[in-house]
Design a protein around this ligand. Structure first.
Ligand code: ZN
Length: 477
């Protein structure tokens, strides 16, 4: 591995710093754009490590860019640190018990994501400092991945322009390369304004905004048959107009997520949904108002960078676990519901191929220590990420790293409980190493980046990134 051993040793020598940082962010458990303590903690370490930190970028107080080095190429490393509402859970407790009742919790491992990506940035920085290798490393502190799509605002502000290649990762239950696309996602509020009236004595004076919202949803539910199969449309009631049945509801609001494999497909469905909303307003004599929440572009994979990253994963080899760590994983595996347990084999088959004996072998492990084969499936996961918005600007590779016991479901209390475990820490340090090693490949090998860029422009197929929300739209806390 030659010089890469230097990177590995540099990251290992600071492992305590990175795991401490991750545990700290786990404990802060801040959500959406309200990430002051988490952004402070990450920025402080980056400053100490010699990065120049620009805080409050793209109109978000807790977004930042930390830079080291100068000149080309410019490597971007993406870090997230937002938690999920209502998921507070005691660390290490295999019974559901909130740490702080009603508070948020890190149910998607973004505390590990941020600190692990930072470990990668520090690892490559230490190497550049020692060897005098040129180029720039930019760590992007990205708020609101779970809801709000901070990276869409960063992309709109042009922060990803001029980046030559982007690296990131996500904690999961497997280790390998994320080589699938994700769904584009339009996140839009539809509000209705009507007229309040006594619902029994004078209903003829009333115009029900709640009726409009319900008719809109009925219309959209009929639309489902006539959109592409891969589309996903969901809604939530944000405002139901009050709690009194005897008042005609004068206001109502819905939040819609409209997803499809391509932005162009999501946009087409979104436009049809606007017509349905207008129809609902017309039917009820109410007024419809739309406002943006956010947007995610579909993730553009990059085979060239993905393969380079995979080579580094293989060079490091799988993590080894102690008997104690395996017992910890098993204890949490035992908490999974029957349907979740039954779904493990199908998941393993999706990632590792469908040889039944191998699938059974892997699925039976308390934590998966195998490395996924590298496959470009061409499929999109039925979910969205704002890493997509970054990926339109430069070739992007994304690692997934086993940090959680086999079968564990994202956004669950179990995932919060395991977030500060030795298993999670091992996966995070491993991810930091892979990111730094791949960054070194990109800095030292201009041909790799050139090939990655050719592929990237083919995947763009002549399109450029366009953020659909208007310039005056600002992130909502
Ligand atoms: Zn996540």
């Amino acid at each position: 591995m030659g010089d890469k051993q230097k990177i590995i040793s540099a990251i290992e020598s600071k492992a305590g710093l990175f795991t401490g940082l991750s545990d700290q962010i786990w404990n802060f458990a801040e959500t959406r754009f309200c990430l002051r303590q988490s952004a402070d903690a990450l920025s402080a370490v980056l400053k100490d490590e010699g990065f120049t930190v620009e805080r409050g970028v793209a109109g978000m107080a807790h977004a930042f860019v930390a830079s080291f080095g100068s000149g080309a190429p410019v490597i971007g490393i993406l870090g997230e640190y937002d938690a999920l509402p209502g998921l507070s859970q005691e660390a290490g407790n295999a019974e559901k018990k909130a740490l702080r009742e009603g508070a948020a919790g890190h149910g998607c491992g973004h505390h590990l994501l941020g600190a692990g990506a930072l470990a990668g940035a520090v690892g490559i920085k230490d190497y550049m400092k020692e060897t005098g290798l040129g180029g720039t490393v930019k760590f992007f502190g990205c708020p609101a991945e779970e809801a709000g799509s901070g990276k869409a605002f960063m992309a709109r502000a042009g922060l990803f322009n001029g980046i030559d290649g982007i690296l990131t990762w996500h904690p999961m239950t497997e280790t390998g390369i994320f080589s699938m696309s994700s769904l584009a996602n339009y996140q839009v509020y539809f509000g209705f304004k009507g007229v309040a009236a006594h619902a029994a004595a004078a209903p003829h004076y009333g115009r029900s905004a709640l009726d409009a919202a319900e008719l809109m949803n009925v219309g959209v539910n009929y639309l489902r048959e006539h959109v592409i199969q891969e589309a996903r449309i969901h809604y939530a009631y944000i405002d139901v107009g009050g709690k009194a049945p005897n008042v005609v509801q004068p206001t109502a609001e819905l939040l819609y997520y409209i997803r499809a494999p391509k932005t162009s497909q999501a946009r087409e469905i979104y436009e049809r949904i606007i017509d349905i909303a207008k129809g609902a307003a017309l039917m009820t004599g109410t007024v419809m108002n739309m406002r943006w929440d956010s947007y995610c572009a579909e993730y553009l994979v990059n085979d060239v960078l993905g393969r380079a990253m995979h080579t580094n994963v293989l060079a490091l080899g799988p993590n080894q676990y102690t008997a104690e760590e395996l017992a910890f994983a098993q204890k949490f595996g035992d908490t999974l519901s029957e349907p979740v347990r039954k779904g493990i084999a199908a998941n393993v088959a999706a990632y590792f191929g469908d040889d039944p004996q191998r699938v059974a072998e892997i699925a039976a492990k308390p934590i998966i220590d195998d490395i996924m084969p590298y496959v470009m499936s061409g499929r999109a996961i039925p979910g969205s990420t704002d890493v997509g918005d970054a990926s339109w600007h430069a070739p992007t590779a994304q690692l997934i790293g086993a940090c959680f016991p086999t079968g564990m479901v994202a956004h669950s209390w179990q995932m919060v409980a395991c977030g500060c475990s030795a298993i999670a820490h091992k996966g995070m340090i491993q991810a930091g190493k892979v990111i730094a090693m791949t960054a070194l490949d990109m800095l030292e090998n201009p041909d790799l980046l050139a090939r990655a860029k050719v592929e990237h422009s083919h995947r763009l197929a002549g399109e450029t990134y366009h953020c659909p929300f208007p310039p005056e739209h600002t992130p909502e806390e």
